[in-house]
Every structure is written in structure tokens, then in C-alpha cells.
Design a protein around this ligand. Structure first.
Ligand SMILES: [Zn+2]
Length: 102
């Protein structure tokens, strides 16, 4: 499957940059520029790459300090929610299809 190059989060379209490996991060979200960078180099497992993208999308969703996270709390919430929500989406295609109906 092709890697997506954009994701819409709320009112913003984030460009997704792949292969960014300036340091040892898995991913990074630059809110001001609406850019999500994903490090999919260095033999990163595909499941880790997908988890990282969803993790960064959650960071993008938390923009604007709508949720007043304590320091490091946003990171912990994203780390828990990303794999959990991905698992729900992956294992419940009927539910996902129902939810996305218009
Ligand atoms: Zn994070």
C-alpha cells in the first residue's frame, strides 16, 4: 500500500514526510508548519511505522491546547491511544464501515 502524503486533522491538512532520520526519533509533529515527519528508516517494522503515524496524528489532534495536558501527559496519552485505537480499527472492519457511513 502506498504511504499517505497528507492527513486532514480538524481544520488542518498535514503533509506527511517519510524517511526523515535526522535523529533517532520515530516521528515528529510540527504543528505550526502542519508537517508530520515519520522515520521509517533503519529497519523500522511496518507495524511500528503505522503506530508512529497514528501517534503523530493524535499529537496533531491535540493542537491548540484544547486538552490541558500536564507536562509529558500528552505523550503518555498518545502512546496508549495510538496502538489501542489502531487495534480497534484493524479488528473491527464492520464497526469502522458503520461509523463512516453518511
Ligand atoms: Zn509523541
Amino acid at each position: 500500500m502506498n504511504k499517505p502524503t497528507q492527513v486532514v486533522v480538524g481544520e488542518h491538512t498535514f503533509n506527511i514526510e517519510w524517511g526523515v532520520a535526522a535523529d533517532d526519533i520515530f516521528g515528529r509533529t510540527q504543528l505550526r508548519q502542519c508537517v508530520i515527519q515519520i522515520n521509517d528508516t533503519a529497519n523500522t517494522a511496518p507495524s511500528q511505522v503505522r503506530d508512529t503515524l497514528f501517534h503523530e496524528i493524535l499529537h496533531a489532534a491535540f493542537v491548540g491546547e484544547i486538552i490541558p495536558f500536564a507536562p509529558d501527559e500528552e505523550e503518555r496519552v498518545a502512546r496508549v491511544l495510538a496502538p489501542t485505537l489502531l487495534g480497534i480499527l484493524r479488528h473491527n472492519p464492520e464497526v469502522v464501515q458503520f461509523l463512516l457511513e453518511k
